[in-house]
Design a protein around this ligand. Structure first.
Ligand SMILES: [Zn+2]
Length: 380
């Protein structure tokens, strides 16, 4: 049913148009044309301005041929760097880059699969529900595109995000995450002539970080310090250092607890150093805690899960509910009351120059999408 050769050609042409986050315009133009040729009504929202991208999120609507509730189908257009001038290599059924760049299967495999499954449905005049296809910008930039999606343009209440590996899994649980930024302010001094006048912000931050429990806290909770910046020269006692970290959990209460304990650890270290009545209130701590993304928890008996399972069963396959440690656009949709399960495309080793994907997995996924769409159209 699926035209593997056509799917292969589509995927090869998609990955060769670069679309690193914030530079998705050329790719979006090409995709718009393909969708128009399939009869879709195209809209581009204003997310470009808010995200710093050269274009907005691309929304394509297809009316379908059954009057059932519309389905949202979503993938992201952007890739991580290095993603310019990708030269894909196809050998023994596997796509890879030439080793200089990522391949971009994350998430162009999803886009190729969606295009192929719709083409099959149209060519065979199969039952098709109304479709709202959402192709986001800047997903790799903390889900910025989805965050600024114009949700007034979307009427679908449920659907699927294709942005994972496992072709026999549906991600129904993803954690909430907080981003923490700590600025430790010390006091500058000449490190050789008057070190006693200084307060070393790097040392203070290091003490705080060393006292943290990082990594896996429990089965559903993690935390990390991933960035540290500060200092100018070896002969200056550094007066400012910034540490940026995150905490994630499937449980809100645990997330708040871990976030709180990270902040407390920094506060304790600063307080231990602050002499009573110290000049200018130094050392000092400035903390920002932001919500990176809210958690997703789709009940296992939700229609979106059941539909994917029924489609998989009809093809003699499994569809297992899974928890993810990462966030995706589905987290943002969930917050906006759009329930979207995350499906896999077979992509592997994403965010590395060794990224690869099997054509066979993409074919399987396109078959599943055709099944999902026709089943939904028939049963509503
Ligand atoms: Zn992705």
């Amino acid at each position: 049913m699926i035209d593997a050769e056509r799917l292969k050609t589509t995927f090869l042409s998609l990955v060769q148009i670069s679309s690193v986050s914030k530079k998705e315009k050329a790719f979006s133009r090409m995709l718009r044309q393909r969708l128009k040729d399939m009869g879709a009504r195209i809209e581009v929202d204003d997310a470009g301005a808010a995200t710093g991208s050269d274009t907005g999120n691309l929304i394509a609507k297809l009316p379908g041929n059954r009057s059932v509730p519309p389905l949202l189908l979503s993938a992201h257009m952007d890739t991580v760097p290095p993603g310019e001038a990708v030269r894909p290599v196809f050998k023994d059924g596997v796509f890879r880059s030439d080793g200089r760049t990522v391949l971009g299967a994350d998430d162009k495999s999803a886009i190729a699969i969606l295009l192929e499954s719709i083409r099959v449905i149209q060519a065979r005049n199969l039952p098709c529900p109304p479709l709202e296809l959402v192709f986001t910008v800047c997903e790799e930039d903390a889900l910025a595109g989805a965050r600024h999606l114009d949700f007034d343009r979307i009427s679908a209440r449920f659907g699927y995000v294709l942005d994972a590996t496992d072709t026999e899994g549906i991600i129904t649980r993803a954690p909430a995450a907080n981003r923490l930024t700590f600025h430790v302010v010390g006091k500058e001094a000449h490190a050789g002539a008057a070190p006693e006048k200084g307060i070393n912000a790097i040392q203070l931050a290091c003490r705080a970080i060393a006292s943290l429990q990082l990594g896996r806290i429990d089965r559903e909770t993690t935390c990390n310090i991933g960035v540290i910046r500060g200092g100018f020269a070896t002969n200056i006692v550094p007066n400012r250092v910034t540490a940026v970290g995150e905490a994630r959990s499937h449980d809100e209460a645990k997330l708040e607890r871990v976030t709180g304990s990270m902040v407390a650890a920094f506060k304790d270290c600063i307080q231990a150093e602050a002499a009573p009545g110290s000049e200018g209130g130094l050392p000092r701590l400035e903390v920002q805690v932001e919500r990176s993304f809210p958690k997703t928890h789709i009940p296992e008996d939700h229609p979106v899960v059941r539909l994917a399972q029924k489609a998989a069963e009809a093809l003699g396959r499994k569809m297992v509910c899974k928890a993810s440690g990462g966030g995706s656009d589905a987290n943002i949709f969930f917050e906006k009351a759009i329930v979207a399960g995350v499906l896999g495309t077979g992509m592997r080793d994403m965010h590395t120059v060794s990224e690869w994907i099997r054509l066979e997995d993409m074919v399987r996924m396109a078959e599943l999408m055709v099944k999902i769409l026709t089943l939904h159209a028939e049963t509503g």
